[in-house]
Ligand binder design. Structure first.
Ligand code: SAH
Length: 347
């Protein structure tokens, strides 16, 4: 086997030069890398793929990330927020379809105070006591994270976006800070959440050095989940003239992460499926083991526009779920209807 692949596999580590070499792999070498990552994935998860039902609860955001379509300064963005009973309905529908994790994601919308989110979590847990609740609501205080954890939230997704401070500065307005974002992640872990970080691949100004910093940060944080997907241009953002990230680079990084973090929960993201009609399948075949179908009401889907041409805009939850299950089976994997907690082995 390729020496570099062997070394990442054995040592769960790599140097910057090795990372550069991996991104420059020939197609043949890439296939070997994917195969090794697949092997490690299968050793840890069998052929099981976990589903997370994504509910996009709000497109209001007080932040202004340069890459994101729902940034505060995008006056063309259509804003909405879901009522509490609508969120609960989405979960009930999802539960009937076999989903056992609900991800509540949104812009940083101050309407969703701790009181409101706490109530939503408790109602979901009352209706679906066997399900996990994941939050993805951006940066909040440690006290807030603590309260929401005590209300029953199990997991939290907060991509760090980049671990390189200069790069972070070029992706975000001056009032946001990488230091705070990292601190949020350490707080979440300390409180007891299954915690997910992550980045966009091919975001403007990203270099291999940045990705190397990301890997170092992840090795330090030891996240339970890592969300990565290609950056995709949004036409109404300051990055409208930048190219989107590449599918191949995303697949390579998925495989590298699978080798370094054998047990981490690794989604094949919607962004990957947007850049390539077979992107999510390719992600699974490169070592990913999670899919996050959209459970948001169809009427709001277009308004949660983080990037252009997002897929699955018209399908109801049931259609999305059936479509994905079929896709997974066709590549020899199967959807496992379980919570899919970190470190729990399911049959
Ligand atoms: N407000 C929450 C949720 C953000 S949306 C938070 O701060 O965590 C979830 C993720 O979508 C972001 O973390 C970002 O990595 C990704 N994203 C945003 N804009 C994107 C774009 N143009 N292309 C690809 N991914 C994007």
């Amino acid at each position: 086997m390729n020496k570099i692949i062997e070394r990442i596999y054995k040592d769960r580590d790599l140097t910057l030069d090795e990372l550069k070499a991996v991104f420059a792999f020939s197609e043949e070498e890439r296939e070997k890398l994917f195969a090794k990552a697949r092997q490690v994935g299968t050793e840890n998860f069998g052929k099981n793929i976990y589903l997370r039902g994504l509910i996009e609860i709000s497109s209001f955001c007080k932040n202004d990330c340069f890459y994101c379509g729902i940034r505060k300064s995008n006056s063309k963005a259509e804003r909405y927020r879901l009522e509490e009973d609508v969120i609960l309905e989405c979960c009930k529908t999802g539960r009937k379809l076999g989903f056992m994790t609900f991800v509540l994601q949104g812009g940083e919308d101050e309407y969703y105070t701790d009181d409101v989110i706490e109530r939503i979590i408790m109602n979901i847990k009352k209706e679906c006591p066997d399900c996990a609740v994941t939050l993805s609501l951006g940066e909040r205080s440690k006290e807030s994270y603590q309260r929401l954890f005590e209300a029953g939230a199990d997991r939290y997704l907060l991509r760090h976006e980049t671990a390189d401070n200069n790069h972070y500065r070029r992706l975000h307005p001056p009032f946001m800070s990488l230091e705070n974002r990292k601190q949020c992640l350490y707080n979440l872990k300390e409180i007891g959440y299954q915690t997910g970080c992550g980045i966009m691949v091919g975001s403007p100004f990203q270099t291999v050095e940045c990705i190397y910093e990301d890997i170092k940060f992840m090795k330090n944080l030891q996240p339970h989940m890592i969300g990565i997907g290609p950056f995709i241009t949004h036409k109404d953002t300051p990055f409208k003239d930048f190219k989107s990230g590449s599918v191949d680079d995303t697949l390579v990084l998925l495989s590298v992460l699978r080798l370094i973090f054998p047990k981490v929960l690794l989604p094949a993201t919607t962004a990957l499926g947007t850049m390539d009609p077979m992107g999510r399948e390719k992600g699974i075949l490169a070592g990913a083991n999670v899919l996050m179908p959209n459970l948001s009401p169809v009427r709001v889907r277009k308004k949660y526009s983080l990037y252009d041409n997002k897929i699955c805009m018209g399908e109801e939850a049931a259609e999305c779920s059936a479509c994905l299950r079929g896709r997974i089976e066709r590549i020899g994997y199967k959807v496992t209807d379980c919570r899919g907690d970190y470190g729990v082995v399911y049959e």
